[in-house]
Design a protein around this ligand. Structure first.
Ligand SMILES: Cc1ncc(COP(=O)(O)O)c(C=O)c1O
Length: 441
């Protein structure tokens, strides 16, 4: 096997990354450890500092992928890294309790209004499973409603209709299942009904006919995995009323929005209190930690042991100390981090829109300043169907050119903004956007 340091002709600025990828494929399936990283430019990074990532070839990128959202304080934030290092000197995992858990739980519940009790885990996918299980136990019902285009982790029972065929006006509800993976157990999602999101008529029609079997409705309160689509005015409030009226558990999957769009999550921003919510990503600023939180009477079902939620690594010292340090940073100085992120993000969104206008390019920008989405379409993006009709090939070209220019949104066209981004990053990014847009024509 040849080594990474082998000399190659300098015909590419990402030669070492590409060479690394070839070597990695000999030992790691696909050369990556998450399928989200398959495809696109297989960059290999040497380090991250603040808003910047440096790859093996020494190229520096202004990073808006931020670990797919978690790195809200940027790369290697001193306050978090130092807290984790200090804690590690006391050990890593006890298979027992330690005081940091309660300290974090107190802090967490003071940030998230709907959180009366919390459980910590490691990933969003697993905490979604805990949420579905406890909702079924609480209601004694089995069916879960999820929405087209929403992502709730990679497990068999919920990995349906993230993408897939676009339904036509008047098609029957619920939507036929579209499985997202080879090898997926088709029956695992038998109890999941897929509906269109942002559609009050659809939810009313379906729930009124099926309420007695529905345990929970789960959704991303902002559809950030597909198009960065905001809930229409009053939609979340309507779902809150409907679920309350029928004793259905309302679950917000705040894996992306939690601690990113506001300290209290999207539920604080839109002033809606779900029964349960799931958090991950920004909670640990890039360290592995997740949480399920919500109503005491539902969460108590874990306490009695009646509903199983387990995990060897849950509440390990690294995760707990990282989350605690992160929440302290996010709440410090009257939550100034959010003012900063929102100002930078708004400048970026406005600048990209202005650039698209000057270049006469049909670019749609949707979402919030801390997390937004760009795609190419002449129609507004308001739901799964309108997003699906965007020109995704053109987005691919835009993202590839941006990367060449040293700017790195996610491969889906999502832009996450961190407290580590600077005015100068935003100016350089807008300059790159202005150069990239004409190359997509
Ligand atoms: C909204 C949402 N829910 C759940 C998940 C799954 O979380 P994890 O990747 O930590 O398992 C993700 C991951 O991107 C997500 O965006």
């Amino acid at each position: 096997m040849s080594t990474l340091n082998e000399q190659h002709s300098e015909n590419s600025t990402t030669l070492k990354s590409r060479r690394y990828h070839e070597l990695a494929k000999e030992r790691i399936a696909g050369g990556v450890n998450s399928n989200v990283r398959l495809g696109g430019s297989p960059l290999c990074f040497a380090n991250g500092r603040g808003s910047h990532l440096t790859d093996l070839d020494g190229n520096v990128y202004i990073d808006y992928a931020l670990g797919m959202g978690p790195n809200i304080l940027g790369h290697a934030p001193a306050a978090v890294i130092e807290e984790v290092a200090r804690t590690l000197s006391r050990g890593q995992l006890f298979a027992g309790q330690h005081a940091l858990e309660l300290e974090l739980a107190d802090k967490f519940c003071s940030c998230v209004k709907s959180a009366e009790l919390v459980r910590f885990g490691l990933s969003g996918s697993e905490m979604v499973q805990a949420a579905l299980r406890v909702a079924r136990a609480h209601t004694g019902r089995t069916e879960i409603i999820k929405f087209e285009g929403h992502y709730h982790g990679w497990f068999d029972n919920i990995l349906v209709n993230l993408n897939g065929p676009i339904a036509n006006e008047g098609d029957p509800l619920p939507r036929p299942h579209h499985l997202q993976s080879a090898g997926q157990e088709a029956h695992a999602s038998d109890d999941v009904a897929v509906l269109p999101w942002n559609d009050i008529e659809a939810i009313d029609r379906y729930v009124s006919a099926n309420a007695s079997k529905i345990a929970a409705i789960i959704m991303e309160p902002v559809m950030l995995n597909t198009g960065g689509i905001l809930p229409e005015k009053g939609y979340l409030q309507h779902l809150r009323r409907v679920t309350r009226a029928h004793n259905i558990v309302l679950i917000f999957d705040e894996v992306i929005t939690g601690f990113r769009v506001a300290l209290g999550g999207a539920q604080a921003l839109f002033d809606v209190e779900p029964d349960l919510s799931v958090f991950a990503k920004a909670l640990g600023a890039g360290f592995p930690v997740a949480a399920l939180a919500g109503r005491r009477d539902i969460m108590e079902l874990f306490a009695s042991g009646g509903v199983n939620h387990s995990g060897t690594y849950n509440a390990n010292l690294v995760s707990m100390s990282a989350a605690l340090a992160t929440l302290r940073e996010l709440s410090a100085d009257g939550q100034s981090v959010y003012r900063r992120i929102n100002t930078l993000g708004a400048t970026l969104m406005e600048g990209i829109a202005a650039s698209a206008c000057r270049c006469r390019v049909d670019l749609q920008i949707s979402g919030l300043p801390s997390a937004f989405h760009t795609c190419f379409a002449s129609h507004p993006i308001r739901d799964y169907a309108t997003y699906s009709r965007a020109n995704h090939a053109r987005l691919g070209i835009f993202l590839a050119v941006l990367l060449e220019c040293g700017v790195r949104p996610t491969g889906r066209g999502t832009w996450f903004v961190s407290a580590a981004h600077t005015d100068s990053d935003i100016a350089s990014t807008l300059d790159a956007v202005e150069r990239a847009l004409p190359r997509t024509l």
